[in-house]
Design a protein around this ligand. Structure first.
Ligand code: ATP
Length: 216
């Protein structure tokens, strides 16, 4: 079973890393692939470049064999659509290998606005991780899909290559990349919210307005 967990990772933090390990444990897989996405240029102004986000991810997972990085969306020119990425992965994995995409409830709530969303269940399973915030609208497409395609346990995902939706409710750390960027810009330390290696590199490169000579 191949599991991908996408995000902007601007920067990667312990909330992401902890969730990726929880997913790996709960689905019983050896590895989860973290897949950083392309950020449109207008967002890049305040955040880090693709190369910088990738470098921070590499440092964050350096000692963790359960996590790996799939940088295909960064190396592709321009925006990446999830359906294209899943199609490419499906071609590589062949028709029978289960492929799983992990998304938060916040992202899944807008699923029917994703490009070619109708194709996605034919390419992969979806694991929806419950995040605090509004519930799915009961009369919306995402809630209907969830009801129609619901898997009751991770073993069901192993029995077919795609098409099921599994809800997981793992413990989540209350950390956001937005909060970390704001903290650094204010001259406050994000220590213990991100791995030390990540914070060192952020300071070394002066990312997010960090002062290279400031306090650890
Ligand atoms: P931002 O604050 O810039 O929006 P973020 O911290 O929410 O960033 P993203 O990189 O956008 O992180 O998120 C990637 C994925 O990780 C999304 O599916 C999101 O729901 C999830 N995620 C983000 N923060 C956490 C957290 N603290 N715990 C678990 N999952 C998280």
């Amino acid at each position: 079973m191949h599991v991908i967990y996408g995000g902007t990772f601007d920067p990667v933090h312990h909330g992401h890393l902890r969730l990726a390990l929880e997913i790996s444990d709960r689905l019983g897989v050896d590895q989860v692939s973290l897949m950083p996405c392309h950020i449109p240029p207008h967002r890049g102004d305040t955040g880090a470049s693709s190369g910088q986000r990738l470098r921070l991810l590499e440092l964050a997972i350096a000692d963790e064999p359960q996590l790996r990085i799939d940088d295909r969306e960064l190396t592709r020119a321009g925006a990446s659509y999830t359906a294209d990425t899943l199609r490419q992965l499906r071609n590589e994995l062949g028709p029978d290998e289960p492929l799983v995409m992990v998304v938060g409830t916040d992202a899944f709530a807008g699923f029917d606005r994703w490009r070619e969303w109708q194709q996605i269940p034919d390419l992969a399973h979806i694991v929806v991780v419950r995040r605090p915030g509004p519930e799915l609208a009961s009369d919306g497409v995402p809630a209907r899909l969830l009801a129609e395609r619901s898997a009751h346990d991770p073993d069901a995902l192993r029995a077919q290559p795609c098409g099921l939706i599994l809800e997981l409710d793992p413990p989540l750390l209350d950390i956001s990349a937005t909060g970390i960027r704001g903290r650094i810009a204010d001259g406050r330390s994000p220590r213990y919210l991100v791995p030390d290696s990540v914070w060192l590199e952020i300071r070394r490169q002066g990312l997010y307005g960090a002062c290279p000579a400031g306090n650890f």
